[in-house]
Each structure stands twice: as structure tokens, then as C-alpha cells.
Design a protein around this ligand. Structure first.
Ligand code: FAD
Length: 396
């Protein structure tokens, strides 16, 4: 794999840098910075300011044709290559811009609406691109995470519309989202994967209650969401009744690529090196070994990102590659968090970017599919190993 730009890619990179320099401020001390792990933490008003900055930056990119570089032009994209998308992301992270509020909307929800939406629903795609709509993903429930198809939130078809009752949990960004993408059980009498239906709804629909959850980092980036007899018209349905699992798989495959493509690791590499130097630990052979391991993992992640993007650009499923990227991202995040804490010494016990990296690490092992579930996918679908034994019913 050659990581150097082709002449065309170099020309695109130069063009992207010109755009970024015109519209944003280059990070002054980028090489020495630890990037915040959870961008949406902070007080309620700080979170709202952050979302506003994300919307404004998304809008600026949209107006100049940089909002979705690899998307086809008919969807408001630039019709560029996935490698160009990656080049833009690499350069963008060197500037003082906020984009995290759109990661779920752009990376997971827009591709699903493109695949399954009605013409009216597809209009949301350009509103996401332009920064007008932030979305959240309402899948997990208190007893349905890895076993997502076991969800209990009920969707009943009554008088030509749907009534939703139940509870979701761990919904990232629900408290600042305009719209939600919901999966619910519409038929309890068929096998669990066949009884699900997907919906889209405004988050201010009567009967929807959003309660932020407090994380061990001190922040609240995800929520419990309650549905009390929420009435939705049939036009809210995304895909056919009972086809929710197929719709959700499109989202989940994109989710793993999206999480694995997170660039906070690269963005904080310079800061980690700087901390090692500043604390005089850069001569310590064990610290040097840990730094080398992290650097190698970051390169593996980058390489795998290229592989996943290449698969998508050929119209192939990003599933297994996405799972490898997701696992690699977890490993590097935890290794960085642990080294940052060790280098920080007593200062690491304070609330700071270094300690947030450490405290945020365990959540990354779970969100977007747990480590164990990712390993099962890689074992079964990449390595062709025998499937996990299914639990045996008690009476047998
Ligand atoms: C930071 C973060 C953000 C999130 N954002 C969202 C969001 O926006 N929307 C949303 O819907 N959800 C979100 N989630 C929820 C996430 O998808 C679930 O937490 C995840 O799927 C795991 O489900 P669970 O928590 O119920 O754990 P469980 O599924 O109960 O897992 C418990 C343990 O059992 C293991 N396990 C389960 N099944 C197997 C198996 N078959 N083989 C081996 N081991 C297994 C798991 O690996 C884990 O260690 C988020 C979670 C986090 C941490």
C-alpha cells in the first residue's frame, strides 16, 4: 500500500488546504495538542454552542461543495473519490473546526435514508448535508444491545398510523438532535429479526421524553429516550413493515467504518509525543516502546481505513473491514489513554483532556458493537471460523 498522494490527489489536497485556509483558522499548536476525546461534553450551554459551531461549519462546507466529497452529485455530494474524502478529513483536523455533531447523521443515517427512504424522506439528506438537521440513532434498549433484534419497544399499527411505546437507551446526542431514526418491534408473533420496522421522527414529537445520562467522564453525551404512546403517520416508516432488520444492517455496517474512521488518535499523536518530551520520559525505553506501538497501531488503522473505503467504493460490503477498524480504534484509544495518564502523573487525576481519554476508553469498547461481538464477526465472516455455539434451551 502506497500512502503517498498521486499527482491528482496532491492537487486535491492543495485545493482543500486553500479552502480550509480561507474559511477556518489553522490550529496554532496542532503538533502539541491533545484533542478532547468527547467533544460534546460540558455544560448544557457549552454543548449547545458546540452543536451551533458544528452546524455552521457543516453549512460552510456545504456551500463550497465539501460537505460530502465522495457522495454522488445527485445527493448533493461532490462526486469525488473516497480517498479524496480521507484527504480532506486529514487536512480538516489541522484546523479549528467542529464537526462531531454530524458524525452519526452523515456517517450512518444519511446512507440508510438514501437506500430506503421515500422521496420525501430523501429530502432530509440535503438538510443533513447543509447543517440544518442533526439526527440520532434510537436502537439500543436496556435489554437489547448486542442482541439488538431482541428489542421490545412496540410499534402498533392503528387507524392508519403507528403508536410507539417503550424505551431506548445510550442514544448519543438525542438531547440536541432535531430528528431520530428509530427501530421498533411491529410484530411479536414472527421470528425476532422479521418483526422489526424502522421509522424517522422529529425529536420534539409529543410523548417523546429525553433524559441525559451522566458518564464517568462527568459529561452527558448520551440519553435515555422514552416513548409514551407516540403517534406517527405511516409516512414516518423507513422501509417496509417488518423490513427493519435489513434497514438497520445498512446503518450498522456504516457505523463500524464511521467509528473506526475516527481521527482523534492522529490528531492527538503530536500532543502525546510532546507530553513525553515535556515530562522528560521520552528517553525511557518502556515509554518509547509504548509510543512505537501506538504509532504502529495508528498506521494499521489508517491502512485498514483505506481498505474499507476501497471496498465501499467497489460497491462491496464494508462489514468485516469495518469491524477490524473498530477494534483497532479501540486498542489505540486505550493504549493512548493509559500512556497519557502515566505521563501525566498526579495531574492525570484532575479533569483534563488526558484523563478524559483514559475514562472514555471503556465506552469505545462498547459503542458501535462490543469488542467480543466484533471478534465474532471477524472470526466468522473474515476468517471463516465455525460460528459461536448458540445457547441450548433449558429443557433440552
Ligand atoms: C459511547 C457509546 C455510544 C452509544 N451510542 C448509541 C447510540 O447513539 N444509539 C444506540 O442505539 N446505541 C448506542 N450505544 C449503545 C451500544 O450500541 C450498546 O451499548 C452495545 O451494542 C452493547 O450493548 P449492551 O450495552 O446492551 O451490552 P450487552 O449486549 O448486554 O453486552 C454485555 C457483554 O456481553 C458481551 N456479549 C454480548 N453478546 C455476546 C456474544 N454473542 N458473544 C460474546 N460476547 C457477547 C458483550 O461483548 C459485553 O461484554 C452507545 C454505547 C456507547 C458506549
Amino acid at each position: 500500500m502506497d500512502f503517498h498522494d498521486t499527482p491528482e490527489e496532491a492537487a486535491f489536497r492543495a485545493e482543500a488546504i486553500r479552502f480550509l485556509e480561507r474559511h477556518a483558522v489553522r490550529r496554532a499548536e496542532h503538533a502539541e495538542e491533545i484533542v478532547s476525546f468527547f467533544e460534546d461534553e460540558g455544560t448544557e450551554s457549552e454543548q449547545l454552542d458546540w452543536v451551533k459551531s458544528c452546524r455552521e461549519w457543516q453549512h460552510t462546507k456545504y456551500e463550497s461543495g465539501y460537505a460530502a466529497i465522495a457522495w454522488p452529485t445527485e445527493w448533493g455530494g461532490r462526486g469525488g473519490s473516497l480517498i479524496e474524502e480521507l484527504i480532506f478529513a486529514e487536512e480538516e483536523q489541522r484546523f479549528e473546526v467542529e464537526r462531531g455533531a454530524f458524525l452519526i447523521s452523515l456517517g450512518m443515517i444519511a446512507p440508510t435514508i438514501m437506500a430506503y427512504g421515500t422521496p420525501e424522506q430523501r429530502a432530509h439528506v440535503s438538510r443533513i448535508l447543509s447543517g440544518d438537521e442533526v439526527w440520532c440513532q434510537l436502537f439500543s434498549e436496556p435489554s437489547a444491545g448486542s442482541d439488538l433484534a431482541g428489542m421490545q419497544t412496540k410499534a402498533s399499527f392503528e387507524s392508519g398510523g403507528w403508536v410507539i411505546t417503550g424505551q431506548k437507551v445510550w442514544t448519543s446526542g438525542a438531547h440536541y438532535s432535531d430528528w431520530g431514526y428509530l427501530l421498533a418491534r411491529s410484530n411479536a408473533k414472527v421470528p425476532k429479526h422479521a418483526g422489526l420496522t424502522a421509522f424517522v421522527l422529529p425529536m420534539n414529537t409529543p410523548g417523546v421524553t429525553i433524559r441525559p445520562l451522566r458518564q464517568m467522564t462527568g459529561g452527558s453525551s448520551f440519553n435515555e429516550v422514552f416513548f409514551d404512546d407516540v403517534r406517527l403517520p405511516d409516512t414516518s416508516r423507513l422501509g417496509d413493515p417488518g423490513a427493519g432488520w435489513r434497514v438497520a444492517l445498512t446503518t450498522l455496517m456504516n457505523e463500524r467504518v464511521s467509528v473506526g474512521g475516527n481521527t482523534t488518535g492522529y490528531r492527538s499523536w503530536g500532543g502525546l509525543l510532546h507530553l513525553a518530551r515535556r515530562t522528560g520520559r521520552d528517553d525511557d525505553p518502556i515509554v518509547r516502546q509504548r509510543l512505537a506501538d501506538i504509532h504502529i497501531m495508528l498506521q494499521v488503522l489508517r491502512f485498514n481505513g483505506y481498505r474499507a473505503l476501497t471496498a465501499i467504493s467497489k460497491g462491496e460490503s464494508p462489514g468485516p473491514e469495518g469491524s477490524i477498524s473498530k477494534l483497532a480504534f479501540v486498542r489505540v484509544t486505550q493504549a493512548m489513554g493509559s500512556l497519557l495518564m502515566d505521563l501525566s502523573g498526579a495531574a492525570g487525576t484532575l479533569v483534563c483532556d488526558e484523563s478524559q481519554w483514559f475514562l472514555g476508553g471503556p465506552g469505545v469498547r462498547i459503542g458501535g458493537g462490543t469488542d467480543e461481538v466484533m471478534r465474532n464477526i471477524i472470526g466468522e465472516r473474515v476468517l471463516g471460523l465455525p460460528p459461536e455455539p448458540k445457547p441450548t434451551p433449558a429443557h433440552q
